[in-house]
Every structure is written in structure tokens, then in C-alpha cells.
Design a protein around this ligand. Sequence first.
Ligand code: HEM
Length: 427
Amino acid sequence: RIPEPGRWLHALLDVIHRGENKLFKLESLTDFYHTYGLFRFENKVYIFDPKLTQTVINKLEKGAGDYLENSPLKDTFLGSSSRSPEIRRAIAALFRKSTLEERGGLIIADVDNMCNKIGLEAKEGHVINITDWSLRMAMDVVGHMLLQLDLFAIEGKQEALLECLMTILHRCYALGEITSDSEEFKQANETLQKETTTILEKALQKEDKSTDTRFVIKLHEACGFEQARDNMKLFLMAGSETTASTIPVFCYLMATYARVQDELRQEADENMAALRADPALTLPKMESVLREVLRVYPIAPFISRQTTQQLVVGDVTIGANTDIKAFTWGIHRSSTQWDQSKEFVPFRFLNSGEKSASAMYIPFGAGSRICIGQHLAMLELKLACAIMLNRFKFCKVSETPELRFVTDWAHAVVHPDKDMFFKLEAR
Ligand code: HEM
């Protein structure tokens, strides 16, 4: 039998969490049902026992039915039923760790460009909206690294594209301010379609026929105009909001833990020349902190799968057509797996001998559908955070909100509920 909270437990959780945040309610249920390793909630099965989670991920590939249904991504290589091996191969090659590291200089150029702009704003005495800048930077990185195009988001020439991504990802999916059948959503979707169509058309016109290296051209050759455009949308959406949501959380923690900020800055300062020469260079402290940020606040708080037939995991039987959530948020924050599980322990991953370092850690998912962009994400985060700390000191001000999260349940991402503002002192 899969345990399910009764009425009294629901009532108790409502009192504790004042009915506010379902994510923390589910986290409490993880603690409550820890001996079972799973529970049922709103007709979905949440799994958090490491062995059960691994089995489910290994056995199931299909995402929950609603995964891409209402999304502008339903015709991409992920959502499409006719998945072309040729496109998959081209895409996989682009996301290889070594390929990305060779092109890391492009990320550095985008981060430098952002820091120059931020520097000017800071000089004029403004507090800096890191959420906004991170989204611009992440969008330009996707353009340069994955599409081999300059989207000029940091330069402010892609306001329409940014605006519609914000409406779709943030206002609709994350905050739920508007629904996916609202007029605003439809308009944003149309703008996204129009803007990406124009970008692709221009890229095809510009192409120097003597070279076939540009990815959009390959994509276009492999799958035709419409699917190429939809995959561009997929990269823009999956690749920019995720890293763009992680950077403000990192900055918030740095502004909160000033000594950690200083330690990371020292590491960044000492290695900056070498990092610029070789973006693959390891920064042990920075990488430990970034891993910890994605442990304690996994921005993808669960992984969705669906059973097509009855599934037996351990001594539990799960029926056919059940939505399953491998509950990363609960797994990463479980006191049975991690010491000081709900605390930010910046250097816990530096000490690999620790019990907690061997606990289940799946910020990018697992199995055959593991995040295709994980190496890009980690490279981008390492470079962006190191360069930003090398250039600026981060301080909280009255405009800095508390760190609270909202969850986009359909697309499995959490975001800080407000834009993050900081005072930045140039060094
Ligand atoms: C901190 C940053 C990121 C995090 C935490 C993250 C996390 C995840 C997770 C948990 C999944 C689901 C995996 C599963 O179902 O097992 C996923 C899927 C995916 N991610 Fe990421 N991601 C990040 C950045 C990126 C970037 C930069 C891209 C670049 C385009 C990207 C593209 C994708 C795509 C296309 C999928 C769908 C894969 C599939 O279903 O086959 N992600 N990501």
C-alpha cells in the first residue's frame, strides 16, 4: 500500500505551512513518511527513497502526460513522436562537455559584457537587478553556444524576445499570474514564434555557403524550418530560465554569507588569468558551493515520469498510467541522507569523505532523460559566478527580498518569487 495523508495530517500541514507553499508541505511529508520512501498526494506518487527513485528512473522513460502538452515546445525533438536520430546526434554533439569547454571563451565574453553594463549602473548608484541581468546573459549564452547566433539580449536589442519569455516562463508557468489560455499568453506565444522565425530566417540568409559549421543550418537541414525553429525555442526556454534562476540564488547566499563570498573571491582572483585561458579549469571551492546551491535549492524540484503499465518497485506495486514524481527536493533535503540537510553548507562537497557526499544527488535528473544541458549549465555557472565575484562585492540592501520560492508544477522548476536586487561595489 502506498501511504497517503489523511484529513488530520492535511489539516496539520495547513496549520504549519498556513496553506501557503505546497513544496514545503511535500517536504514535510517526506520527513513524515521517511520509512516508506514514497507517498501519494493529489493522485500522484512522490518517491524519495534513493533505491526506489533509481529503479523508477531506470525503468521509466516517458514523462508525465502533461509534460509538454500546453507548451510551445510540444513539437521539439523532445515532444515530437517522430524523433529523428540525425537531429538527436547533431544536438548531442553540441552538448558534449569537451565541445562546450572549447567554446567557453564565448561565455566569458558574454559575462564580461554583462559585468561592464552592470558596472556602469552600479557607478551611477543604482541597485542591480541580478534576476534581469542573469536572464539576459543566459539568453545570449544559449544564442552563442548552442545556436551560434548573437541574440544581443545584454545589448537590449531583444526586448521583445525577453518579454515573451518572461510572460511564458515567469508570469504564466512560475507565478501563475496568467493562464495558458489567456490572451497575454497567446500573444507572448505568437511573439516568440515571430521572433524566432525572424532570427532563423536571418541566420539562413546570412549563411556563408562555404561553411557548414553553423548549428542552426545543420538543424535546418536535418529537420526543416518549423522543427528547427521549435528546437531553438526549446533551447531558449530550457537553457535560459534554469541558469538564470540559479545565479540570483547564488548571489543571495553570497550576500548573506560574507566570509564565503570572500573565500570564493580569493579563489577566483588567484585563478582568473588561468580560467580565462582555459575555461575548463577546476575551481574546487566555487564548484563545491554551486553543487551545494543545487542540493539545498534544486531548481528542478522533481522529475516527472509516467507508468504505462503496472510497475513493481521493491514491495510496492504502482498501477498503470500513474504520474510519478521523483522528488528531488525531498531527496536533497532529507535528514536521513544529509547532515544539516536543510542548511546551506558551502564546502560540504569539498570533503568527499563525508557521509552526506555519497547520498543521492540528482539536480539534473538521471537515466536516459537526464538534462542534456547539464555541462553547459555547470560551465556557465562557474564562469559567471567567478567573474562576477572577481569584479564586484555583493551586499544586501533594503530592496533585497527574502529568499522564497514559487514552483512551476507543470514544468518542474522553482524560481525565487521576486526579482533579486543587490548593491554591487566595483573592485
Ligand atoms: C542549473 C541549470 C539546470 C538544471 C538544474 C536542469 C535540470 C534539468 C532536469 C532535472 C531535467 C529533467 C531530467 C529528467 O527528466 O530526468 C532537465 C531536462 C532538460 N534540460 Fe536541463 N537543467 C539545467 C540547465 C539546462 C540548460 C542550460 C539547457 C540547455 C538547453 C537544458 C536543457 C534541457 C533539456 C532540453 C531537457 C529535456 C531532456 C529530455 O527530456 O530528454 N537544461 N534539466
